[in-house]
Write a new protein. Structure first.
Lengths: 118, 111
């Protein structure tokens, strides 16, 4: 059974940093394309970043230069390092599997809430 | 502002059919058959309902179907049931640097 479990969310002041984790079971993170999607309170979904199996990364313009996606193959875990956080980064962050062949986000975690506020 | 345009809300009575539209551009919906649809109940994570325009993952009822014409994709739910009440988001692969775009979401109310 595929499971994605996010952790690391919380309350942080503007300008601060936070690292989100996504522990995966049921498939190998290093063999798949993995993505982060966020959803601000009461808003729609926003794609944030993707990490290809070969190591290539892409970011939404809104987080480029501030967020870094990475993985630890030994822990089968995906990460999102978030620096220089802003109030507008407040959202539930979802870890997803990006099925590159079908170009679809097919498996989602339950999400972790990040609140950026002074 | 979302890259793909969806109606904010739609409604229907049990047993009826509804259609949700998703309008993009020639950089996404119009050029690729990589449109997917996600259902999200309040407080829950999105779940995949349709991918590659009209393919249902295992376990998704046949009442859910998808289609596309030009720059607009559509999700149709026939035989509406109370449990279909949720938010629905379309998503598409895009040739621009963001790689992936979502619609703003549509709230489906089952009357």
């Amino acid at each position: 059974e595929v499971q994605l479990v996010e952790s690391g969310g919380g309350f942080i002041q503007p300008g601060g940093s936070l690292r989100l984790s996504c522990a995966v079971s049921g498939f190998t993170v290093s063999s798949n394309y993995m993505s982060w999607v966020r959803q601000a309170p009461g808003e729609g979904l926003e794609w944030v970043s993707v990490l290809y199996s070969g190591g290539t990364t892409f970011y939404a313009d809104s987080v480029k230069g501030r967020f870094t996606i990475s993985r630890d193959n030994s822990k089968n875990t995906l990460y999102l390092q978030m620096n220089s956080l802003r109030a507008e980064d407040t959202a539930v962050y979802y870890c997803t599997n990006y099925n590159y062949g079908d170009k679809v986000l097919d498996y989602w975690g339950q999400g972790t809430l990040v609140t950026v506020s002074s | 502002q979302s890259a793909l345009t969806q109606p904010a809300s739609v409604s229907g009575s049990p047993g009826q059919s509804i259609t949700i539209s998703c309008t993009g551009t020639s950089s996404d919906v119009g050029s690729f058959d990589y449109v997917s649809w996600y259902q999200q109940h309040p407080g829950k994570a999105p779940t995949l309902m349709i991918f590659e325009v009209n393919i249902r993952p295992s376990g998704v009822p046949a009442r859910f179907s998808g289609s596309k014409s030009g720059n607009t994709a559509s999700l149709t739910i026939s035989g509406l049931q109370a449990e279909d009440e949720a938010y629905y988001y379309c998503g598409s692969y895009t040739s621009i640097t963001t790689l992936w775009v979502f619609g703003g979401g549509t709230k489906l109310t089952v009357l």
